[in-house]
Design a protein around this ligand. Sequence first.
Ligand SMILES: [Zn+2]
Length: 223
Amino acid sequence: MYFLNKNMNKHEGIIRCLSLSMIVIASGLFISLPFFKNTKIEKPERHESASCMSNLDQLCRPDTKERQWEYIVIHHSATAKGNAARFDYYHKKTRGWEYGLAYHFVIGNGSFSGDGEVEVGNRWKKQIHGAHTANMNCNRVAIGICLVGDFENGGAPTDNQFESLVNLVQYLSRKYNIPSSNILEHKDIHQKATACPGKNFPFAELKTRLLQVASKSNNHKEL
Ligand SMILES: [Zn+2]
C-alpha cells in the first residue's frame, strides 16, 4: 500500500485502514440521522423507478405466447383478507373452475401476502382467459386484477396496494396498447349487477395517476 510508512508493518497498516473505514462509515451514519424533529424523510417515488418496471417485466413474463389483451378490469376480493392461493383454492374447490384463480393478478393487503405485493396467477402465466366477469367475451380479452379487501363495506385500498396497482396497470396498458377508456371497474361491465370493486375504490384517482405517469414519461421521451 503506497501510503504505509517504512516502519509500519503490514498488520499495523491493515488495522489503521480498517479503523479509518470505521470512522468514515460511522460519520456517514451520524450525518444521515435526522437531527431535527421536523426533518422530513422523503420516501422514494416508487411508481417511476426503472427497477420497479424491470421487476414487473420479469414478474409479468408469461410462459407461453401472449394473448391479444384489450381491456383491464379491476376487482376487489370483497373479503378483508386473502391472497392468490386462497382465492385459487376457493375458485377450484367451491366454484369448480378448472383453471382455478379467476384473476390474472392479485395485489395483497398485508393479510396473507405482502402489503402491495403483486401475485401472478396461473391464468396469466399460461395466458388463459379470465373468469372474473360474467361476460365470457370480456373474459377472453380482459386482464383481471384483484385487490385484496372489501372496498364496498370496508375501507379503501392501502397506499402500497394502490401504488402497485398504478404500476401494474401502467405497465400492462403500455405493453398491450390498452387505451385508458378500456381500463374498467368490474361494475362497468353490464352483465350481472355488482358493486365490485366497491364504492371506496378510488377509480378517478387511478385514472388521474395513470395520466400523470403517461405525460411524465412522454416528456422524458421528448428530452
Ligand atoms: Zn369483481
